[in-house]
Design a binder for this molecule. Structure first.
Ligand SMILES: Nc1ncnc2c1ncn2[C@@H]1O[C@H](COP(=O)(O)OP(=O)(O)O)[C@@H](O)[C@H]1O
Ligand SMILES: [Mg+2]
Length: 273
Protein backbone atom coordinates (compact mmCIF):
# COMPACT_ATOMS: atom_id res chain seq x y z
CA UNK A 1 0.00 0.00 0.00
CA UNK A 2 1.13 3.51 -0.70
CA UNK A 3 1.26 6.08 2.07
CA UNK A 4 -1.57 8.00 0.41
CA UNK A 5 -3.78 4.88 0.36
CA UNK A 6 -2.94 4.27 3.99
CA UNK A 7 -4.02 7.75 4.99
CA UNK A 8 -7.38 7.33 3.32
CA UNK A 9 -8.13 3.91 4.73
CA UNK A 10 -10.59 3.50 7.57
CA UNK A 11 -9.28 1.95 10.76
CA UNK A 12 -9.78 -1.80 10.94
CA UNK A 13 -9.68 -1.70 14.74
CA UNK A 14 -11.10 0.99 16.97
CA UNK A 15 -11.18 0.85 20.74
CA UNK A 16 -12.79 3.68 22.68
CA UNK A 17 -12.46 4.11 26.43
CA UNK A 18 -11.81 0.38 26.68
CA UNK A 19 -11.84 -1.02 30.18
CA UNK A 20 -11.16 -4.60 31.23
CA UNK A 21 -11.49 -6.09 34.72
CA UNK A 22 -10.89 -9.74 35.59
CA UNK A 23 -13.30 -11.33 38.07
CA UNK A 24 -14.66 -8.10 39.50
CA UNK A 25 -11.12 -6.91 40.28
CA UNK A 26 -9.61 -3.54 39.40
CA UNK A 27 -9.45 -2.32 35.81
CA UNK A 28 -6.33 -3.79 34.24
CA UNK A 29 -7.10 -1.75 31.14
CA UNK A 30 -8.43 1.67 31.91
CA UNK A 31 -9.68 3.99 29.20
CA UNK A 32 -7.64 2.72 26.25
CA UNK A 33 -8.21 4.36 22.85
CA UNK A 34 -6.69 2.61 19.88
CA UNK A 35 -7.01 2.81 16.10
CA UNK A 36 -5.24 0.34 13.82
CA UNK A 37 -5.10 1.10 10.11
CA UNK A 38 -4.52 -1.23 7.18
CA UNK A 39 -0.86 -1.64 6.28
CA UNK A 40 0.71 -0.36 9.48
CA UNK A 41 2.89 -2.13 11.99
CA UNK A 42 2.16 -0.88 15.50
CA UNK A 43 4.23 -1.66 18.58
CA UNK A 44 2.56 -2.26 21.90
CA UNK A 45 5.03 -1.41 24.62
CA UNK A 46 4.94 -1.54 28.38
CA UNK A 47 6.53 -3.44 31.23
CA UNK A 48 5.29 -6.82 32.36
CA UNK A 49 1.75 -6.63 33.74
CA UNK A 50 0.95 -3.33 32.02
CA UNK A 51 -1.88 -4.95 30.05
CA UNK A 52 -0.41 -5.74 26.61
CA UNK A 53 -1.72 -9.29 26.38
CA UNK A 54 -5.05 -8.24 27.83
CA UNK A 55 -5.43 -5.57 25.15
CA UNK A 56 -4.74 -8.15 22.45
CA UNK A 57 -7.18 -10.59 24.02
CA UNK A 58 -9.87 -7.92 24.18
CA UNK A 59 -9.72 -7.59 20.38
CA UNK A 60 -10.74 -11.23 19.92
CA UNK A 61 -13.31 -11.49 22.68
CA UNK A 62 -11.03 -13.30 25.11
CA UNK A 63 -10.97 -10.60 27.80
CA UNK A 64 -13.74 -9.54 30.18
CA UNK A 65 -14.55 -6.07 28.81
CA UNK A 66 -16.17 -3.97 31.51
CA UNK A 67 -16.66 -0.75 29.58
CA UNK A 68 -16.14 1.12 26.34
CA UNK A 69 -16.39 0.04 22.71
CA UNK A 70 -14.25 -2.24 20.58
CA UNK A 71 -14.76 -2.73 16.86
CA UNK A 72 -12.63 -5.16 14.86
CA UNK A 73 -13.17 -5.73 11.13
CA UNK A 74 -16.76 -4.57 11.38
CA UNK A 75 -17.59 -6.63 14.46
CA UNK A 76 -18.77 -4.96 17.64
CA UNK A 77 -16.73 -7.09 20.04
CA UNK A 78 -18.69 -5.94 23.08
CA UNK A 79 -21.97 -6.97 21.47
CA UNK A 80 -21.41 -9.93 19.18
CA UNK A 81 -24.28 -11.75 17.53
CA UNK A 82 -24.64 -15.50 17.80
CA UNK A 83 -21.88 -17.22 15.84
CA UNK A 84 -20.06 -13.96 15.21
CA UNK A 85 -17.27 -14.69 17.70
CA UNK A 86 -16.13 -17.63 15.63
CA UNK A 87 -16.04 -15.48 12.51
CA UNK A 88 -14.12 -12.74 14.30
CA UNK A 89 -11.49 -15.17 15.56
CA UNK A 90 -11.11 -16.71 12.12
CA UNK A 91 -10.31 -13.25 10.76
CA UNK A 92 -7.54 -12.53 13.25
CA UNK A 93 -4.19 -14.28 12.81
CA UNK A 94 -2.23 -14.72 16.00
CA UNK A 95 1.45 -15.22 16.65
CA UNK A 96 2.78 -16.08 20.10
CA UNK A 97 6.08 -16.00 21.96
CA UNK A 98 6.28 -19.79 22.17
CA UNK A 99 5.18 -20.33 18.55
CA UNK A 100 2.43 -22.78 19.64
CA UNK A 101 3.11 -25.29 16.86
CA UNK A 102 2.26 -28.98 17.02
CA UNK A 103 5.85 -30.22 17.50
CA UNK A 104 5.55 -33.71 16.03
CA UNK A 105 3.60 -32.70 12.98
CA UNK A 106 5.22 -31.54 9.78
CA UNK A 107 5.78 -27.89 9.06
CA UNK A 108 3.29 -28.13 6.18
CA UNK A 109 0.57 -29.63 8.39
CA UNK A 110 1.13 -26.92 10.97
CA UNK A 111 0.57 -24.28 8.32
CA UNK A 112 -2.51 -26.13 7.06
CA UNK A 113 -4.09 -25.95 10.52
CA UNK A 114 -4.51 -22.24 9.83
CA UNK A 115 -7.21 -23.22 7.32
CA UNK A 116 -9.17 -25.37 9.78
CA UNK A 117 -11.81 -22.75 10.45
CA UNK A 118 -12.75 -22.57 6.78
CA UNK A 119 -12.27 -26.25 6.05
CA UNK A 120 -14.58 -27.43 8.83
CA UNK A 121 -14.04 -30.64 10.82
CA UNK A 122 -11.13 -32.32 9.18
CA UNK A 123 -8.67 -35.14 9.42
CA UNK A 124 -5.33 -33.39 9.79
CA UNK A 125 -3.48 -35.87 7.60
CA UNK A 126 -5.93 -36.32 4.73
CA UNK A 127 -8.63 -33.70 4.92
CA UNK A 128 -7.04 -30.76 3.16
CA UNK A 129 -7.60 -30.11 -0.49
CA UNK A 130 -4.77 -29.76 -2.96
CA UNK A 131 -5.61 -26.06 -3.18
CA UNK A 132 -4.99 -25.78 0.57
CA UNK A 133 -1.66 -27.57 0.19
CA UNK A 134 -0.62 -25.40 -2.71
CA UNK A 135 -1.41 -22.28 -0.76
CA UNK A 136 0.40 -23.55 2.36
CA UNK A 137 3.52 -24.28 0.27
CA UNK A 138 3.35 -20.83 -1.30
CA UNK A 139 3.18 -19.28 2.15
CA UNK A 140 6.13 -21.33 3.35
CA UNK A 141 8.01 -20.08 0.33
CA UNK A 142 7.00 -16.52 1.20
CA UNK A 143 8.37 -16.82 4.73
CA UNK A 144 11.54 -18.45 3.40
CA UNK A 145 11.29 -22.04 4.63
CA UNK A 146 9.64 -24.03 1.84
CA UNK A 147 12.53 -26.49 1.97
CA UNK A 148 11.48 -27.50 5.50
CA UNK A 149 7.87 -28.36 4.59
CA UNK A 150 8.17 -32.08 5.37
CA UNK A 151 10.25 -31.76 8.53
CA UNK A 152 8.66 -32.06 11.94
CA UNK A 153 8.10 -28.61 13.42
CA UNK A 154 10.17 -29.44 16.50
CA UNK A 155 13.29 -29.94 14.38
CA UNK A 156 13.36 -26.27 13.32
CA UNK A 157 15.19 -23.42 15.02
CA UNK A 158 13.19 -20.86 16.97
CA UNK A 159 13.36 -18.31 14.19
CA UNK A 160 12.18 -20.88 11.66
CA UNK A 161 9.36 -22.03 13.95
CA UNK A 162 8.13 -18.47 14.26
CA UNK A 163 8.10 -18.25 10.45
CA UNK A 164 5.93 -21.36 10.38
CA UNK A 165 3.59 -19.71 12.88
CA UNK A 166 3.41 -16.62 10.68
CA UNK A 167 2.64 -18.74 7.62
CA UNK A 168 -0.09 -20.49 9.64
CA UNK A 169 -1.58 -17.11 10.54
CA UNK A 170 -1.50 -16.08 6.87
CA UNK A 171 -3.26 -19.32 5.93
CA UNK A 172 -6.31 -17.83 7.68
CA UNK A 173 -6.25 -14.92 5.21
CA UNK A 174 -6.44 -12.64 8.24
CA UNK A 175 -7.75 -9.10 8.29
CA UNK A 176 -5.53 -8.36 11.27
CA UNK A 177 -2.46 -9.96 12.84
CA UNK A 178 -1.82 -9.86 16.58
CA UNK A 179 1.68 -10.87 17.61
CA UNK A 180 2.17 -11.15 21.37
CA UNK A 181 5.91 -10.91 22.16
CA UNK A 182 6.76 -12.82 18.97
CA UNK A 183 10.50 -12.33 19.26
CA UNK A 184 11.00 -12.58 23.03
CA UNK A 185 12.42 -16.10 22.64
CA UNK A 186 14.70 -15.27 19.71
CA UNK A 187 18.21 -13.89 19.58
CA UNK A 188 18.54 -10.31 18.32
CA UNK A 189 19.40 -11.06 14.69
CA UNK A 190 16.48 -13.44 14.29
CA UNK A 191 14.25 -10.98 16.10
CA UNK A 192 15.08 -8.34 13.50
CA UNK A 193 14.32 -10.66 10.60
CA UNK A 194 11.00 -11.87 12.04
CA UNK A 195 9.87 -8.30 12.70
CA UNK A 196 10.88 -7.25 9.20
CA UNK A 197 8.82 -10.13 7.83
CA UNK A 198 5.78 -8.99 9.83
CA UNK A 199 6.21 -5.43 8.67
CA UNK A 200 6.46 -6.54 5.05
CA UNK A 201 3.24 -8.54 5.45
CA UNK A 202 1.44 -5.53 6.93
CA UNK A 203 2.43 -3.38 3.97
CA UNK A 204 2.05 -5.93 1.16
CA UNK A 205 -1.22 -7.42 2.37
CA UNK A 206 -2.58 -4.10 3.60
CA UNK A 207 -3.49 -5.36 7.05
CA UNK A 208 -2.62 -3.96 10.47
CA UNK A 209 -0.07 -5.84 12.56
CA UNK A 210 -0.10 -5.16 16.29
CA UNK A 211 3.06 -6.47 17.92
CA UNK A 212 3.87 -6.38 21.61
CA UNK A 213 7.55 -5.97 22.37
CA UNK A 214 9.45 -5.61 25.59
CA UNK A 215 12.51 -4.07 24.01
CA UNK A 216 12.26 -0.45 22.91
CA UNK A 217 15.00 -0.51 20.23
CA UNK A 218 13.10 -3.20 18.32
CA UNK A 219 10.01 -1.03 18.31
CA UNK A 220 12.01 1.98 17.13
CA UNK A 221 13.61 -0.01 14.32
CA UNK A 222 10.63 -1.92 13.01
CA UNK A 223 7.32 -0.17 13.60
CA UNK A 224 5.34 2.75 12.20
CA UNK A 225 3.62 3.67 15.41
CA UNK A 226 4.02 3.04 19.12
CA UNK A 227 1.29 2.60 21.70
CA UNK A 228 2.52 2.40 25.28
CA UNK A 229 0.73 1.08 28.34
CA UNK A 230 1.50 1.61 31.99
CA UNK A 231 -0.68 0.05 34.68
CA UNK A 232 -3.43 -0.41 32.08
CA UNK A 233 -3.44 3.18 30.92
CA UNK A 234 -2.34 4.30 27.50
CA UNK A 235 0.35 6.84 28.25
CA UNK A 236 2.12 6.91 24.87
CA UNK A 237 0.67 7.04 21.38
CA UNK A 238 2.43 8.42 18.36
CA UNK A 239 4.34 7.84 15.18
CA UNK A 240 7.57 6.02 15.95
CA UNK A 241 9.68 8.56 14.06
CA UNK A 242 8.19 11.44 16.04
CA UNK A 243 8.48 10.08 19.59
CA UNK A 244 11.51 11.10 21.59
CA UNK A 245 13.24 9.45 24.54
CA UNK A 246 11.55 11.78 27.01
CA UNK A 247 8.09 10.74 25.88
CA UNK A 248 8.98 7.06 26.04
CA UNK A 249 10.82 7.08 29.36
CA UNK A 250 7.70 6.83 31.59
CA UNK A 251 6.88 3.47 30.04
CA UNK A 252 9.80 1.89 31.79
CA UNK A 253 10.09 4.15 34.80
CA UNK A 254 10.96 2.28 37.96
CA UNK A 255 7.95 1.75 40.19
CA UNK A 256 10.04 1.92 43.37
CA UNK A 257 9.18 5.59 43.91
CA UNK A 258 5.55 4.64 44.40
CA UNK A 259 6.62 2.13 47.03
CA UNK A 260 8.46 4.62 49.20
CA UNK A 261 8.18 3.57 52.81
CA UNK A 262 8.41 -0.15 52.22
CA UNK A 263 11.63 -1.91 53.19
CA UNK A 264 11.41 -4.11 50.16
CA UNK A 265 14.17 -3.65 47.61
CA UNK A 266 13.12 -5.33 44.39
CA UNK A 267 15.31 -5.00 41.34
CA UNK A 268 13.09 -3.81 38.53
CA UNK A 269 13.89 -6.39 35.89
CA UNK A 270 11.39 -4.91 33.49
CA UNK A 271 12.64 -1.37 33.75
CA UNK A 272 15.25 -2.10 31.11
CA UNK A 273 14.41 -0.54 27.81
N1 LIG B 1 -6.66 -14.26 33.45
C1 LIG B 1 -6.39 -13.30 34.32
N2 LIG B 1 -7.05 -13.22 35.50
C2 LIG B 1 -6.78 -12.25 36.39
N3 LIG B 1 -5.86 -11.28 36.19
C3 LIG B 1 -5.18 -11.29 35.04
C4 LIG B 1 -5.39 -12.30 34.05
N4 LIG B 1 -4.57 -12.05 32.99
C5 LIG B 1 -3.86 -10.95 33.32
N5 LIG B 1 -4.22 -10.50 34.54
C6 LIG B 1 -3.68 -9.29 35.21
O1 LIG B 1 -3.89 -8.21 34.33
C7 LIG B 1 -2.77 -7.32 34.34
C8 LIG B 1 -2.23 -7.18 32.93
O2 LIG B 1 -1.68 -8.42 32.53
P1 LIG B 1 -1.21 -8.72 31.06
O3 LIG B 1 -2.24 -8.27 30.12
O4 LIG B 1 -0.80 -10.15 31.00
O5 LIG B 1 0.06 -7.76 30.93
P2 LIG B 1 1.34 -7.86 29.97
O6 LIG B 1 0.98 -8.71 28.79
O7 LIG B 1 1.66 -6.44 29.63
O8 LIG B 1 2.44 -8.48 30.79
C9 LIG B 1 -1.77 -7.91 35.33
O9 LIG B 1 -1.96 -7.28 36.56
C10 LIG B 1 -2.18 -9.36 35.40
O10 LIG B 1 -1.86 -9.90 36.65
MG1 LIG C 1 1.87 -10.41 28.02
Amino acid sequence: MTTAELRQALPLVTARDLRVAYDGGPNVLDGVNLDLFPGEMVALLGSSGSGKSTLMRSLTGFAPISGGQVRVAGHDVTNLRRGELRTLRSEVGQVFQQFNLIPRMSVLTNVLTGALHTAGPINLAYGFTSAHRKRALELLDRVGIAHKAKDPARSLSGGQQQRVAIARALMQQPKLILADEPVASLDPKLADSVLELLREIALQDGIPVLVSLHVLPLALAHTDRIVGLRHGEMIVSGRTAELDAEQLAPLYADDSESRVGTQEVTPSVHARA
